[in-house]
Each structure stands twice: as structure tokens, then as C-alpha cells.
Design a protein around this ligand. Structure first.
Ligand code: AMP
Ligand code: TRP
Length: 330
């Protein structure tokens, strides 16, 4: 049984990209592995957040984990800020990482571009993410394609630590879907689908109503031509939609092409909308019930308790190896 850890930021609405790129794999992995899934609220505050919105979104994302099918009896669901070891190991990782490594991170470059004032936390973000993963001795980290670089820096930091202080930290592997690791924006296939895009028509939120989903998909930009053919290099827009279809219907892209051979974009988009609705509607229904029941508080408190046990063991070992004088009894 491997250890699995991943996190999602509670900032804005989660999108179909989050679901296909990451969350679906959380649900799949929980059956075979020891899993830790967290709402990374400490990462969310690397850009300004309204306190009330942060609280609401943190609860919403945790409830969505459950609604998407993560079973709290199988996996640990918790908030990053409920386990103080993250902030503490995050600091220690900040002392190990090099400025040059952080400067190369494309997520930092994208998020900092054009901003006058950029918080230092946005820059040191990967050190905290490395801590998140290393605390649990995770073998597998299910993420979308955009997190690959952060996983590489995590592996480098673990190796650097082990080299300097003796073998202790596990080197994690990314776990990235073959199709759907990068769901693109509905209005521009050169951009990743993102909850922070101000154009609502560019993404499908996991909580968009069926009618909104249908409308957004009918308006999604398509390449010229009319053939439903998967070829990301020359037909990026339709290929993105085919990828979404394949993931939602649980079939291969070749099968999608076959099903719509000679039919054109119109019928394809109509059926795509129904496939997306069929995936998201039951999640939305469960989400509503979970929010109303208040069960999430109990889940989060158990999750934080279990997570702390694992995380504190690693943190103590790291501190011992680095030469911190530990309190008596540790
Ligand atoms: P974030 O919303 O940035 O916290 O991302 C949470 C997870 O969703 C990460 O594993 C991301 O890689 C994944 N993700 C976010 N956007 C997309 C997308 N457009 N396509 C695929 N995966 C995504
Ligand atoms: N950086 C990730 C993102 O923006 C979120 C994240 C934080 C994460 N800590 C993590 C993902 C640990 C996987 C493992 O999507």
C-alpha cells in the first residue's frame, strides 16, 4: 500500500479541470492506498483573500471532496492550517531551497506577472508544497500537469536533505492522468482552464447548474473545419473538448472520434454537455446534502488528528537530524 497526498487551494470555484486533472484520481486512489487529501488554505493566502470568502471556500472545497466520492472512512480529509507541522517544515524547506530554483517556477512567473507588489509567500510557495508532501512520506502525488515543476523541486529538496542530513525523506512521484492533465480554457485553448479567470464562460465550475454548463459548452470556441478529430497540435480547441468528453464518459479519445465521425461539431457539443452534466449533477446533489448536514466538521477534525500523527513523526525526525535540541521526551 502506497501513501498518497494531494491538495487543492480554496480560492474561487473549483473547475472541471480540477476534477478531471486531480480530484477524480483522488477518488480512484483511495481504494488501494493510504490517502491524505487536504484543502491548502495556507497556500491560498499567498495571494490576498477576503477572510469571509476564505472560510466559506475552505468549507466548500472540503465538502466537494466528499461530494466527489472521497470516503472519509478510507481517506483523511483535512485543512492544511489545522496541522501546524506544515508551516514548520515549510520554514525549514525555505532554508534549503535556492532563490534560483524558485525564480524558475512558471506558476510564480505567471502569478507575479504585471503585479506591482508580490508577497514573498508567493515566491516561497514551492517550499511549503514540498513540506506538505514530505511530511507524509508520500509515494504518489496526484496532480494536474501544471504541478510537475513543483513536484520536481520537492524531489530535489528531499534529495538535498537526505544528502546533507542522512536518508530520511521519501522521494515522491507525480501521478498525472494521460488525457486531461491540462484541461484548457473554453474560450482560448492556449490557456489552462482556471477558476481565477475573470471570464466565467472560460471555465466550467463544478457547481455550475446543468443549464449553465450547456450554455457554456455550446459557446465554447472550436477550430475551423467540422471534423471531430483529436489532434492537439493543429486542432487544440476541439481536442480539448474531446479530452473532456473521453474523461467524463470514461472512454478513449479514438472512441469519441468514432462516435462522431461525419457528424460535425453540433451534435458532438450537445452530447458533450450531457456527459459533463451526468458527471457533475450527482456531485452537486451530494454537495448540497453535505453542506446542509454539517458533517464536514467532524470529518475535518478526524482528518486533522490522523494527519497530525503522521506529520509530527516526520517533523520530529527532520528536526533531530538538522540538529535542533528537542524537548525532553521527543
Ligand atoms: P489548484 O486549483 O491550483 O489548487 O489546483 C488543484 C489541482 O487541480 C492541481 O493538481 C492542479 O494541477 C489541478 N488542475 C487545476 N487546473 C487544471 C486544469 N485546467 N487541468 C487539469 N488539472 C488542473
Ligand atoms: N500547488 C498546488 C496547486 O496549486 C496545490 C498544492 C499545495 C498541492 N500543496 C500540495 C498539490 C501538495 C499536491 C501536493 O494546485
Amino acid at each position: 500500500m502506497a501513501r498518497v497526498l494531494s491538495g487543492i487551494q480554496p480560492s474561487g470555484n473549483l473547475t472541471l479541470g480540477n476534477y478531471i486533472g486531480a480530484m477524480r484520481n483522488f477518488v480512484k486512489l483511495q481504494h488501494e492506498h493510504e490517502c491524505y487529501f487536504m484543502v491548502v488554505d495556507l497556500h491560498a493566502v499567498t495571494v490576498p483573500q477576503e477572510p469571509e470568502a476564505l472560510r466559506e471556500q475552505s468549507e466548500a472545497v472540503a465538502a466537494l471532496f466528499l461530494a466527489a466520492g472521497i470516503d472519509p472512512l478510507k481517506a483523511n480529509i483535512f485543512l492544511q492550517s489545522h496541522v501546524p507541522a506544515h508551516a514548520e517544515l515549510g520554514w525549514l524547506m525555505t532554508t534549503l531551497v535556492y532563490m534560483g530554483e524558485l525564480e524558475r517556477m512558471t506558476q510564480f512567473k505567471d502569478k507575479a506577472a504585471g503585479k506591482e507588489a508580490v508577497g514573498a509567500g508567493l515566491f516561497t510557495y514551492p517550499a511549503l508544497m514540498a513540506a506538505d508532501i514530505l511530511l507524509y512520506e508520500a509515494d504518489l502525488v496526484p496532480v494536474g500537469d501544471d504541478q510537475k515543476q513543483h513536484l520536481e523541486i520537492t524531489r530535489d529538496l528531499a534529495q538535498r536533505f537526505n544528502h546533507r542530513f542522512g536518508d530520511c525523506l521519501k522521494i515522491p512521484q507525480p501521478y498525472i492522468p494521460e488525457v486531461g492533465a491540462r484541461i484548457m480554457s473554453l474560450d482560448d485553448a492556449t490557456k489552462k482552464m482556471s477558476k481565477s479567470n475573470p471570464v466565467a464562460g472560460s471555465y466550467i465550475a463544478m457547481l455550475d447548474s446543468p443549464d449553465v454548463i450547456r450554455k457554456k459548452i455550446s459557446r465554447a470556441v472550436t477550430d475551423s473545419g467540422r471534423e471531430v478529430k483529436y489532434d492537439p497540435a493543429t486542432k487544440p480547441e476541439i481536442s480539448n473538448l474531446i479530452g473532456i468528453f473521453a474523461q467524463c464518459a470514461n472512454i478513449g479519445v479514438a472512441e469519441v472520434e468514432e462516435r462522431f465521425a461525419g457528424l460535425g461539431y453540433g451534435p458532438f457539443k450537445k452530447e458533450l454537455a450531457e456527459q459533463v452534466v451526468a458527471v457533475l449533477e450527482p456531485i452537486q446533489q451530494r454537495y448540497k446534502e453535505i453542506r446542509e448536514s454539517g458533517e464536514i466538521y467532524d470529518v475535518l477534525s478526524k482528518g486533522a488528528f490522523n494527519a497530525s500523527q503522521t506529520a509530527n513523526r516526520t517533523l520530529t525526525e527532520v528536526k533531530r537530524r538538522m540538529g535542533f535540541l528537542l524537548p525532553p521526551g521527543q
